[in-house]
Design a protein around this ligand. Structure first.
Ligand SMILES: *[C@@H]1O[C@H](CO)[C@@H](O)[C@H](O)[C@H]1NC(C)=O
Ligand SMILES: *[C@@H]1O[C@H](CO)[C@@H](O)[C@H](O)[C@H]1NC(C)=O
Ligand SMILES: *[C@@H]1O[C@H](CO)[C@@H](O)[C@H](O)[C@H]1NC(C)=O
Ligand SMILES: *[C@@H]1O[C@H](CO)[C@@H](O)[C@H](O)[C@H]1NC(C)=O
Ligand SMILES: *[C@@H]1O[C@H](CO)[C@@H](O)[C@H](O)[C@H]1NC(C)=O
Ligand SMILES: *[C@@H]1O[C@H](CO)[C@@H](O)[C@H](O)[C@H]1NC(C)=O
Ligand SMILES: *[C@@H]1O[C@H](CO)[C@@H](O)[C@H](O)[C@H]1NC(C)=O
Ligand SMILES: *[C@@H]1O[C@H](CO)[C@@H](O)[C@H](O)[C@H]1NC(C)=O
Ligand SMILES: *[C@@H]1O[C@H](CO)[C@@H](O)[C@H](O)[C@H]1NC(C)=O
Ligand SMILES: *[C@@H]1O[C@H](CO)[C@@H](O)[C@H](O)[C@H]1NC(C)=O
Length: 762
């Protein structure tokens, strides 16, 4: 850990030095108004430390939480006791899944009646501290979709937290006081005498009897007592009354506690459809009684409601900036994301723009609506996109319209209407497709646009309420929209030009040139016009008009560029667009390697802009370095000095671009730090043998990426048309543009995610 912290501190130093040298202070963020009980900023409570990344309650997890969260963050220790009464932190009384105990003591499992429920597993009360707290019992990640690579840490005693500088604030939870007493164990005695100089700021418990027994210590200036609320139908052990009923008597609770810790759904209920319902009055009612309210159950990989569009910060903001109330704190597995939500993000879409990196869409706001539809474009503009994109497709009768791919299966209802048009065109994509150029415009218009699954498919569903919303947009209408609206510019994407010309007699370049010329957008100097193609012969048609910026798409995995070749690019393009790992390499989609590629600096030296994409919010889309947090990825690419980011979630990019918490900001409570690529992997490599093998370096950009044969003449050559109607079963949707292979890890994730979601949704 020391090394990791050292590296992190080092990267922080670089940024603060840069700030001193050439950074200008960001405008002071507006003073925030908090509707907490006492008007202070809400607190972050780190459940078992940063348990979203490291094994729950490991020193790594606590240390990392302490280093990467607001300074007021509390370390949450769920106190367990050994047979001889020694306390340690772990979030479940059953050690089975969060330690290797089953391997070390296979015969020592047991069944206990814990508060009326027969529970089978491995219990600390069966083990002496010399067995349990010695080196052989090691912690492991209990949640399958999280990294197993940090497994093997020792169990943490509360006192161990005192080794941090400064010593952290600590929250102790005692879940089963009654059960422990039945086994002649006394957690209150351990808290009073067994923790040395560690004085917790908070003690919570779901048991009223336990909290009442502690009241005398509180009156002497001890910790705050918090009543932990369980499921509404669960029965409280002391009173035998269920929590739903107890919660109706807040005055009663105030007599023995200064606050409540409640699962978040008590505050913002989520319907069976996965959407948020109106807030309950719980926070306001509790505040009226002078009770603090802490909400639990927050995790970046626990995307519980569609209303948040998989942006985990939006969920926190829902609890702190809703115009009605602010919760007094969050219990979370991802304390850095809770910290940035509180300190760095506001719900004001029009707060000052700090970062100028262009926000370029992929199909408009296609994370929220069917891509390339009128509503996706309008939402993208409202969400703060700088550049909206139209990937131009042609119909059989030559109408140009916008759609992310020529194959309409993933983004429309084509598979249920025109399955007889399903064909295999290896020049375009590996799998069968139903292609726009085999349908007439009126046939296309008879389809409904569909919200696409994220690519690669990660098992998560996007906004089902918007599944079928929006209308198809012709290129002409798209250009009119861009002219009429306050948007910074457009990105026109031209794919498959050679195929369309030689096999379908369709002139996509001509269609685009005349529509653009007809639109007179190039006479509006304030709008940027980007023309993207993977084919440099297509781009050469746009060289003469200086209003056009030609973007060469490098649609394969590349990890660098020879400097002289970067100079060569200028002949063909003004910008390049890359996949994300062209900027910072990763190992098997899991960890970032130690270096950023030379592509950005080499292209900058050659006066070539660099755009990167596609960014998405879903946590399955991130290497572990990004903490399942889209803002950490955004910070990383922005600090790598790319010129534009292509995203399906412009609202998230826009929120980042307006956050004052940049690496060069001064005098702020919190900074959204870009990843120092390689830190996590090099730390991992020091742990015994658990690091994944490094992937080989990616190839460099070469001449074949730049030089393409001239476009063929128009011809209706159907002789080689592979478009014989397919009789095979419905093809599986795939992206036309993604050539990225889905790694085994992603496959593993997909397999485990549905299981995991089933577990955490309850
Ligand atoms: C307000 O309460 C929070 C805990 O909810 C505490 O951390 C903070 O110090 C309090 N602020 C004041 C001004 O009392
Ligand atoms: C441990 O994991 C198994 C298998 O995933 C699961 O059935 C069981 O409920 C888990 N036990 C606990 C205590 O989480
Ligand atoms: C609420 O609790 C208090 C204290 O335990 C008790 O005196 C009072 O009767 C309760 N009120 C109701 C409505 O149950
Ligand atoms: C959540 O989204 C649904 C569907 O768009 C909407 O009806 C509902 O009002 C939203 N809930 C909140 C609390 O914003
Ligand atoms: C937008 O900014 C202006 C001033 O810059 C402010 O008056 C207005 O309230 C803001 N609008 C919203 C919706 O926050
Ligand atoms: C050219 O622009 C005019 C007027 O905006 C429009 O009516 C016409 O359809 C456009 N033609 C093409 C080919 O886009
Ligand atoms: C562009 O449109 C104008 C009329 O608006 C026309 O005179 C000109 O020839 C067109 N240029 C090209 C290259 O099509
Ligand atoms: C570009 O301009 C040059 C010289 O003006 C001309 O010869 C050439 O045909 C033009 N190219 C295109 C694609 O319009
Ligand atoms: C860089 O390229 C842009 C066009 O992309 C051009 O306007 C500018 O003059 C170039 N700058 C230099 C220094 O070559
Ligand atoms: C291709 O065929 C279509 C209709 O069959 C016709 O309109 C078009 O002119 C042909 N194009 C070429 C280049 O032969």
């Amino acid at each position: 850990m020391q090394t990791l912290l050292h590296l992190l501190c080092f990267s922080y130093l670089i940024y603060t030095t840069m700030a001193a040298a050439n950074g200008r202070p960001n405008p002071a963020p507006p003073k925030k108004i908090w509707l907490t009980l006492n008007g202070s900023q809400p607190v972050v409570i780190a459940r078992g430390g940063f348990s979203g990344l490291f094994p729950d309650s490991s020193m790594d997890a606590y240390n990392f939480a302490q280093q990467n969260s607001l300074s007021s963050t509390l370390m949450f220790c769920d106190l367990q006791l050994t047979k001889d009464g020694i306390g340690f932190c772990l979030s479940n009384i059953n050690l089975q899944n969060s330690t290797n105990i089953q391997d070390i003591f296979p015969e020592e499992g047991n069944t206990y009646n814990v508060n009326g429920i027969d529970t089978k597993g491995w219990f600390s009360i069966d083990f002496d501290s010399k067995d349990l707290l010695a080196d052989k019992i090691l912690l492991k990640q209990g949640i399958l979709s999280r990294s197993p690579f940090f497994d093997g840490a020792k169990i943490t005693a509360p006192m161990d937290l005192l080794s941090f500088k400064p010593p952290p604030r600590v929250w102790i939870n005692v879940e089963y006081d009654l059960f422990l007493h039945q086994h002649k164990l006394d957690p209150a005695a351990f808290i009073a005498k067994g923790m040395g100089n560690l004085h917790p700021d908070y003690i919570s418990s779901p048991e009223i009897g336990f909290l009442k027994s502690l009241q005398p210590t509180v009156q002497r200036g001890g910790p705050k007592l918090i009543f932990k609320i369980l499921a509404a139908d669960a029965v409280e052990a002391t009173t035998k009354v269920d929590y739903g009923s107890l919660l109706k008597n807040l005055t009663g609770i105030k007599s023995f506690a200064s606050g409540i810790l409640v699962p978040k759904q008590y505050i913002w209920p989520v319907g069976k459809d996965g959407y948020l319902q109106p807030a309950t009055s719980l926070v306001a009612d509790a505040h009226k009684q002078g009770l603090e309210v802490y909400a639990s159950g927050f995790a970046n990989d626990n995307a519980i409601s569609y209303n948040y569009s998989y942006d985990p910060t939006r969920e926190y903001l829902q609890y702190i900036y809703n115009g009605q109330f602010t919760v007094d704190g969050f219990l979370t597995d991802f304390p850095p994301t809770a910290s940035e939500s509180i300190a760095c993000l506001s719900q004001e879409k029009n707060s000052t723009r700090i970062q100028k990196t262009l926000i370029i869409t992929n199909g408009g706001a296609s994370g929220d609506y069917p891509g390339s539809t009128d509503i996706a474009y309008q939402t993208a503009i409202d969400d703060g996109a700088d550049i909206i994109d139209c990937s131009v497709q042609l119909t059989k009768d030559g109408i140009a319209f916008c759609s992310e791919s020529a194959d309409l299966i993933a983004t429309t209802t084509a598979a249920s209407s025109f399955i007889e048009h399903s064909t295999s065109i290896p020049e375009i994509q590996k799998s069968n497709g139903i292609f726009s150029f085999d349908l007439t415009w009126s046939e296309v218009q008879s389809l409904k646009p569909q919200i696409a699954k994220p690519v690669p498919d990660n098992g998560l569903v996007r906004n089902p309420a918007n599944k079928n919303k929006g209308k198809f947009v012709t290129l002409h209408d798209f250009l009119e929209l861009a002219k009429a609206k306050a948007v910074g510019g457009i990105l026109i994407i031209i794919d498959n030009a050679a195929y369309l010309a030689s096999k379908k007699g369709l002139d996509i370049v001509g269609s685009v040139t005349s529509a653009l010329n007809n639109s007179t957008l190039d006479k509006q100097p304030l709008k940027k016009i980007l023309i993207q193609s993977g084919d440099s012969s297509v781009l050469s048609n746009f060289k003469n008009n200086t209003a056009y910026q030609r973007v060469l798409y490098i649609d394969r995995e590349v990890g660098g560029v020879p400097n002289e070749l970067a100079q060569e690019v200028k002949k063909y393009a003004d910008a390049v667009r890359l996949h994300r790992n062209g900027i910072v390499l990763d190992y098997n989609d899991m960890f970032l390697t130690a270096k950023f590629s030379n592509i950005v600096p080499a292209m900058k030296a050659a006066n070539i802009s660099v755009y990167v994409g596609i960014l998405k919010n879903e946590f399955t889309n991130f290497v572990f370095d990004y903490y399942s947090d889209p803002y950490v990825e955004l910070a990383t690419f922005v600090s790598a000095a790319v010129d534009g980011l292509v995203t399906e979630f412009p609202a998230t990019a826009n929120a980042y671009m307006r956050s004052p918490c940049t690496p060069t900001a001064k005098n702020l409570e919190y900074i959204i730090l870009p990843v120092n690529a390689g830190d996590l992997y090099s730390y991992l490599s020091q742990l015994t043998g658990s690091a994944p093998a490094p992937a080989p370096d990616l190839p460099l950009i070469d001449t074949s990426d730049l030089v393409d044969p001239p476009l063929p003449p128009l011809s209706n050559d159907t002789t080689q048309d592979s478009g014989s109607p397919s009789t095979s079963p419905a093809p599986t949707p795939t992206s036309a543009s993604s050539s990225i292979t889905i790694s085994t890890w992603t496959g593993f994730l997909i397999a485990t995610i549905s299981l995991y979601l089933a577990l955490i949704r309850h």
